[in-house]
Design a protein around this ligand. Sequence first.
Ligand SMILES: NC(=O)c1ccc[n+]([C@@H]2O[C@H](COP(=O)([O-])OP(=O)(O)OC[C@H]3O[C@@H](n4cnc5c(N)ncnc54)[C@H](O)[C@@H]3O)[C@@H](O)[C@H]2O)c1
Length: 239
Amino acid sequence: MHQKVVIVTGASKGIGKAIAERISEDGYKVINFDIILPKENDNNIEYLSCDISSETEVKKSFDYIIQKYHQLYAIVNNAGIIKDNVIWKMSSNDFDKVININLKGTWLMCREAVKYMKEKHFGKIINISSRAWLGNPGQTNYSASKSGIIGLSRALALEVGKFNITVNIIAPGLIKTELTDHLPPHVLQKLIDAQPQKNIGKPEDIANVATFLLNEKTSFINGQIIYVDGGKSIGQGIN
Ligand SMILES: NC(=O)c1ccc[n+]([C@@H]2O[C@H](COP(=O)([O-])OP(=O)(O)OC[C@H]3O[C@@H](n4cnc5c(N)ncnc54)[C@H](O)[C@@H]3O)[C@@H](O)[C@H]2O)c1
């Protein structure tokens, strides 16, 4: 196997799918860890059923991939969910679900990857956070999970740098996927109006940055948050 193996979580649709397709075109061997099957079968992208919030499933899936390919170049932790509500209406179950998948799932994936990468003295980790880590009303659970990913990634970059492993974060802003398609139209329009460029991004906008970070030539970038959000993270003007 001469192709570099990259695991992408949640690549059956949305941003993960765009990342998987783009990096597969760029020559990587892509494995998709997801809980749902992709709608269209892509022979170049291998699907593995894996719930990233399950320690047992994550361990089993890693063992399988390492035994099969004997290498791992990178992981892209993209899988994530939302369960939005104002805090006074949010159930603790919806808090736990979001934290368990978005934050603990990312942590479980990082732990298994690092165990292997540190032995090989090489690896790249990309964690997908969100501009919402800065704070979004109705997303106390989601914002907490996405800022958790930032703390986790920065601490991890410091821990594993000596093993030649880099850890970077992409913080997408508003991107058109099923996740945003499910928002009430008036809410989506408000979000678009709040964008400096009054627009919504495409999953490919994130995929372009993921492939940039996966390139060996960008390995001096480490521990950074790259916002891909049309400028929303700059703050709000009065226009
Ligand atoms: N769409 C946006 O505007 C936006 C903005 C900022 C950040 N993000 C983040 O980008 C990532 C992808 O978002 P999206 O819009 O493509 O979402 P999406 O809902 O379209 O796709 C998410 C994918 O993750 C998978 N998934 C969910 N739970 C899983 C689990 N336990 N184990 C494995 N896979 C699981 C789903 O099956 C799905 O294929 C998420 O982490 C999300 O928080 C999205």
